[in-house]
Ligand binder design. Structure first.
Ligand SMILES: Cc1cc2nc3c(=O)[nH]c(=O)nc-3n(C[C@H](O)[C@H](O)[C@H](O)COP(=O)(O)OP(=O)(O)OC[C@H]3O[C@@H](n4cnc5c(N)ncnc54)[C@H](O)[C@@H]3O)c2cc1C
Length: 390
């Protein structure tokens, strides 16, 4: 049986996230677009997020985290994204980078990597380095078995040497820990796959310029270059050959995060547009009283609810290790991200030119929503995987 009722403890986290988003994020919402390459306002927001314990939300209290379960994490992400999808993405990307460590690290590695990433004293960000210049979706495609990965690891006594280039990772250049998907030899496919943690400041780790994007200015994305980066062998998660399995489990969890960020953004735009349409008079009556507009809101409300339920169902399936968990996760990501794009675009539509104006918050949700259909597995890839699993 599914039960999606939040316990009192989970509701407290949800309430904390709502207050944080309203009080600490929203006041900067109009400033983030100009903050894209300086991160002055984001640094303030992230410091507060760390103090409140959000950076280590999924991490075991043994390592300084809060040990929140999947449902709580989803409820928190929805509240953050209802105010700002980019902030939800930056915090969620740190959890994304923590996932392989939670799944595969040994005790010594958990202590060394998770504790700083869960710190309340400072906001230490995680960065997962998967995408490469010549290969994005293919690296996440389980059928490709990581044979398109060009970031290569060689062994030298008790060290690994990493060479390669990654594109687009969130939090690149400002993260404390880089979780790198690599291979000992692309021809070895899965057998050569591996995931290695590189700490900031390691010689040979450098970054390209900050990418200027259509939306999500809160998220810093840059090229990450590994030029003879030397790390101790104790930074390898699991063993050589485990990389593909760890990556697939990691993306299954984090596709739910992408789904819930989409639910939050759709809800934020919806709530604003609904209030607007209740007071805006067109043709002698409030916009919401026009049957076509009312039907659009009915559809939007249904899509948001359906998306949330799919995400919760997938979260439940992952916890239960249901045999269909990967499919449920892909379904939730595809449906929720498409719903967010439809809903945010319709919210702009019903508000007319005011919806299109940067003076109003709705257009930002629409710009932010677009990328979630693309990252963490473009929807076309996931639709293909869902189809094949049937
Ligand atoms: C804001 C942002 C945050 C990001 N965060 C990270 C991060 O933290 N870490 C990281 O490693 N990367 C990150 N990325 C990169 C992102 O995950 C990749 O860009 C994405 O996986 C797509 O890869 P690509 O751009 O190379 O597109 P390609 O792989 O070239 O795909 C292009 C298009 O082809 C289509 N397509 C792809 N595969 C298939 C298929 N099998 N069947 C049919 N059609 C297909 C899709 O429409 C897709 O959009 C981020 C990007 C952005 C913009």
């Amino acid at each position: 049986m599914y039960s999606f009722e939040l316990s009192e403890e989970k509701k407290q986290y949800q309430e904390l996230a709502k207050k944080f988003a309203e009080n600490e994020v929203k006041p900067f919402n109009e400033k983030f677009d100009d903050d894209w390459n300086s991160h002055v306002y984001m640094s303030i927001v992230l410091k507060k997020a760390a103090e409140l314990g959000f950076m280590g939300l999924p991490v075991d209290p043994k390592y300084g985290g809060s040990g929140a379960d999947g449902m709580t994490i989803m409820a928190v992400l929805e509240e953050l994204a209802a105010v700002n999808g980019g902030v939800a993405c930056v915090i969620g990307d740190t959890w994304f980078a923590q996932t392989p460590i939670v799944i595969a690290a040994n005790e010594e590695q958990r202590e060394r990597f998770l504790r700083p990433l869960a710190s309340r004293e400072e906001a230490n960000l995680g960065c997962i380095c998967m995408t490469e210049p010549a290969s994005g979706a293919d690296i996440e495609d389980p059928r490709m078995k990581l044979r398109t990965v060009k970031t290569v690891v060689t062994e030298e006594a008790d060290h690994f040497i990493i060479n390669g280039v990654k594109m687009w990772p969130s939090n690149a250049g400002i993260a404390s820990h880089y979780v790198v998907i690599a291979t000992t030899d692309p021809k070895q496919e899965e057998k050569g796959s591996c995931i290695i943690v590189v700490e900031e400041g390691t010689p040979g780790l450098t970054f390209g310029k900050i990418e200027r994007k259509m939306g999500m200015p809160e998220d810093q994305n840059r090229e990450v270059v590994f030029n003879n980066v030397r790390v101790p062998k104790t930074n390898l998660l699991g063993k050589i050959g485990d990389g593909q399995r760890i990556l697939q489990t990691t993306v299954a969890y984090n596709r739910l995060g992408a789904g819930m960020i989409s639910v939050g953004m759709a809800r934020g735009a919806f709530e604003y547009a609904l209030q607007y349409c209740k007071s805006r008079v067109v043709g002698g009556k409030a916009l919401i009283k026009h049957s076509l507009i009312s039907a659009m809101f009915a559809d939007m409300a249904t899509k948001i609810d359906a998306a949330r339920l799919l995400v919760y169902r997938a979260s439940w399936a992952l916890k239960k290790r249901d045999p269909n968990r990967a499919r449920y996760s892909d379904m939730a990501k595809v449906y929720a991200t498409n719903a967010a794009m439809d809903v945010t675009s319709n919210c702009v539509q019903v508000m007319g030119s005011y919806g299109y104006s940067r003076e109003y918050p709705v257009e930002k949700y629409m710009r932010d929503a677009k990328i979630v259909q693309i990252y963490l597995g473009p929807n076309e890839l996931l639709q293909q995987l869902i189809g094949e699993s049937l």
